[in-house]
Design a protein around this ligand. Structure first.
Ligand code: ZN
Length: 98
């Protein structure tokens, strides 16, 4: 499984078309909330992310790139760019949001 097309929609959300023709859509706020990097994971232990308020540039995407054959790297406009979202992780996030 790999992305064929990745786009940021007006919602705003991240929409991914996979090569098996399924589509995953995840709102940007959920995506940022679930950032899998070590920094965010550590923060998560201290307090629940669900109560955190995100500023505009923290939930806006500056750049997206596919890393190897397993993950998508997302750079946020506030400069946070250490999150590597594995394809399966993205699919699971989209499923949770349904
Ligand atoms: Zn992070």
């Amino acid at each position: 499984m790999r992305p064929v097309k990745i786009e940021v929609t007006e919602s705003p959300s991240l929409k991914i078309l996979w090569n098996d023709e399924t589509v995953s859509e995840i709102s940007l706020i959920e995506l940022r909330k679930n950032c899998p990097c070590a920094v965010c994971a550590t923060e998560e232990e201290g307090f629940s992310h669900s109560y955190k308020v995100y500023r505009g540039d923290e939930v806006e995407i500056a750049d997206i790139s596919v890393v190897g054959s397993y993950a998508v790297s997302i750079a946020w406009k506030d400069g946070h760019n250490t999150g590597l979202y594995e394809f399966k992780y993205l699919k699971d996030l989209a499923e949770k949001e349904k």
